[in-house]
Design a protein around this ligand. Sequence first.
Ligand code: NAD
Ligand code: IPM
Ligand code: MN
Length: 364
Amino acid sequence: MKARIVTLPGDGVGPEVTAAAVAVLKTVATRYEHVFTFDEQQIGGAAIDATGEPLPAASLAACKRADAVLLGAVGGPKWSDPNAPVRPEQGLLALRSALGVYANLRPLQVHPALADLSPLKNEKLQNVDVLFVRELTGGAYFGAKTRTADTATDECKYTVAEIERVVRRAFELARARRRHLTSVDKANVLETSRLWRSTVQRLATDYPDVKVEHQLVDSMAMLLLTRPNAYDVVVTENLFGDILTDEAAALAGSLGLLPSASLSDGRRGLYEPIHGSAPDIAGTGAANPVGAILSAALLLRHSLQLETEALAIEAAVDQVLRDGPRSRDIGGTAGTDAVVAAVLAALDRHASCAIVSAGARACA
Ligand code: NAD
Ligand code: IPM
Ligand code: MN
C-alpha cells in the first residue's frame, strides 16, 4: 500500500528516536512491499528557533494531508523560562487539537525480562496488561488561562460530548479485550469529574457486557503500584492520564519504553512515545528508541490497518528486550543505534509472522 507519513522530530532526543522509528518503517516497507513517503516538518523549540512559532502553518498543513503523523518530543531547558511568550509544548497541544485526536491510547505491558528493573516486587508484575485511554484535547490543558502579577488560573472544562466520545472509545476497546473498564476521576471534589462519572454511568447501560468500576485518582495512583495486574482498560481525563501513565511507565522499567497512539474519528492518527525530550541525555546517543519504535507499530495498526506488520515490529522488540542489546535506562550499555540495528535484524527473522488469533503471534 501507499502511505504518506509526516515526521515531526522536535527537540532533545526527539530526532534520535524518530530516526529509529523511521528506519524500522522503511524496513517494513521494503519487506512487505509498501510505499511509504516521509515528509519531515518542524515543531516545538526547533520550530520556534526557525520561525518564531511552535507549530508553523506549513507543518500543520502537511499533517492534515498525511495518512499518519509520527512525533518525537518537544521542549527543553532552552525554551523553559516560565516568562517566555511562547513554549514548544504549545505546538504539540495545538497539533493534537487541530487533528482532533481526542483518544490517546497508552498500552502498558511489563516484559518479563525487565521485571527486575521495576521498583516493584517481581510477583506483582505478573500479567500486567493495561490499556490507558487518556482524553487528549480537553480539560485544564485547553481551558482559558489568566495571569496577573499575583494570580493565575487554568480553567478545567469538559462537555458531555467530549467525555462521551472518549469513554465510548474506551468501552469499545474494553469489549475487544478483557471487558473490564476502570474510569478514573476526582468526583468527590471536582464538578468536571462528577459530569465525567455520570456520563460513564449512563453509557455503561449500552455496554452490559463490560464490567465498569470507578476509582478516585489519588487512590488509583496507589493501586497502580499495589495491584497493577487488576486493570484492563483505564479511561481518564487529560491531566490525570498524563500523570498516571508516567507512573505506569516505571512498572515497565523505563519511560523510554512506552508508545502511544492519539486517535480521532477518522483514520489519521498522531503517534509518539510518551516520554519527553530527555534533555539530560539528548545528543549522547543513549536514548531508548523502543517507545518510538512501538509507536510506529501502533501507526501501522491504527492508521494503515497493517496488523501483520505491527505484530512483526512488536515481536522484534520483544526479542531484543529479552536478548539484548539494551540501552542504559534498562540496565544495558548499548546506544540507540545498536538497539535499532538489533530490532532491524530481529524484524528480518519475524517478517513471516502471521496472526493466528487476536493478539497471538506465530512466527515461521
Ligand atoms: P522526559 O520524559 O523528557 O525525561 C524524564 C526522564 O526520563 C529523564 O531522566 C530522561 O533521561 C528519561 N527518559 C525519557 N525518555 C527516555 C528515553 N527514550 N530513553 C532513555 N531515557 C529516557 O521528562 P522531563 O525531563 O520532565 O521533560 C523534559 C521536556 O520534555 C520538557 O520540556 C517537557 O515539556 C517535554 N515533554 C515532551 C513530551 C512530548 O513531546 N510528547 C512529553 C513529555 C515531556
Ligand atoms: C505527554 C507530554 C505532554 C502532555 C506535554 C509535553 C504537553 O507530557 O505527551 O505526555 O502533557 O500531554
Ligand atoms: Mn506526559
